[in-house]
Design a protein around this ligand. Structure first.
Ligand code: 5GP
Ligand code: MN
Length: 347
């Protein structure tokens, strides 16, 4: 990770100091890093006596509920309270955008994000940020997570002054959670700075057992049943070494699956020796949401941006296939994956 710019840190501190109403926001279908960095920021701002709220486009997975504190008071979900979320953003002096690189990643909040007149700060670790839309950008891809980048930014703040023990306890826990989920519990994107952060946060008394219990061992039985079903009946592996699984709406209904219950499924087939890339499709209203993961040396990001209307990180990306414009059904989606990845691996 490159050194943080002193002027940027001073600007961020000044923006926080001079703003009355501050809103923190994250991407649609928020994951552990979006919710972790979001609630961490909220905890820090509360510690500075700020009127701070977190606005998320969609509900967060129940496994992350332990970070939320009193959600009714501090977290607004746009898909549940659209007017409240939009009014909050539009009336904020400062909007802090976490874990996304473009307003389009906030889904139905996109227009509101463009309409906000308050200052906008980006803190993110994805490739290709749309920096022009922000007053101040902290964009760094050589970190595990937005939570990690935020940790190093907060350490520079005058009231923290490189003493992790001065971070509010909820902030420390939430940062550790964001980093742990985005690295898949230290399996991917671990940098020396990631381990330094983990070490310092543990030393402040963060309860890692509690975090792991919530994020790894609190799933519904139906998730594990569905995992077994998909691996047994739906996993396909192409001659190019692409593993894919498609989860349709009917199966989602049958198993009683909600958002977040399929987190991590895309990683499983990468454990197979000859598999170079894994793709997971999940039907969601007018689209298939796409997750792409690749082994080192193969760019999930290129594949997702070229064929799946998306992007993300080099080895972990996502996107979408619209129904019916891109594909009409599960069968066409399967053919599309096989054809597009065949092109991707043979040129
Ligand atoms: P996931 O597969 O966990 O949903 O997403 C993996 C990564 O890809 C995340 O870093 C996420 O931000 C990114 N990503 C997911 N969906 C999209 C998308 O539709 N567009 C873009 N540009 N990135 C996405
Ligand atoms: Mn992230």
């Amino acid at each position: 990770m490159k050194a943080l710019d002193k002027n940027d840190i001073e600007s961020f501190d000044r923006l926080i100091r001079t703003s009355g109403k501050i809103t923190v926001t994250g991407h649609m279908h928020p994951d552990g890093d979006a919710v972790g960095s979001g609630t961490a920021m909220l905890g820090y701002l509360a510690g500075r006596g700020k009127d701070a709220m977190l606005v998320l486009p969609d509900p967060y997975p129940s496994s992350l509920g332990f970070l939320a504190g009193n959600p009714a008071e501090r977290i607004i979900i746009h898909s549940e309270s659209a007017k409240k979320a939009e009014e909050r953003l539009l009336s904020s002096d400062l909007v802090i955008c976490l874990d996304f690189n473009a307003f389009s990643r906030t889904g139905d909040l996109e227009e509101t994000m463009y309409a906000c007149t308050g200052g906008k700060v980006l803190i993110d670790h994805h490739l290709n940020p749309e920096s022009g839309d922000f007053d101040l950008c902290f964009s760094e891809t050589e970190v595990s997570s937005t939570a990690e980048l935020l940790y190093y930014i907060l350490l520079e703040m005058p009231d923290i002054s490189h003493e992790a023990c001065r971070l509010p306890a909820i902030t420390a826990t939430a940062l550790m959670t964001g980093m742990t989920t985005d690295t898949n519990n230290f399996a991917n994107s671990v940098f020396p700075t990631t381990l330094d952060m983990a070490s310092s946060l543990l030393a402040t008394g963060v309860d890692r057992d509690l975090i792991l219990d919530n994020i790894l061992n609190s799933y519904k039985e139906s998730r594990i049943r569905l995992m077994g079903y998909l691996l047994d009946k739906r996993l396909e592996i192409t001659e190019d070494g692409v593993a894919y699984m498609i989860l349709d709406s009917e199966t989602i209904r049958k198993f009683g699956i909600s958002d977040g219950d399929t987190e991590g499924f895309v990683n499983i087939p990468l454990a197979i020796r000859n598999v170079k890339m894994s793709i997971f499709l999940k039907q969601d209203k007018d689209r298939f949401r796409v997750s792409v993961r690749s082994k080192k040396g193969i760019s999930a990001n290129s594949c997702a941006s070229e064929f799946f209307n998306g992007g993300g990180h080099e080895q972990a990306s996502g996107g979408k296939l619209m129904i019916p414009d891109d594909v009409r059904n599960l069968e066409e989606a399967a053919i599309y994956i096989e054809k597009s990845t065949h092109i991707f691996f043979n040129r």
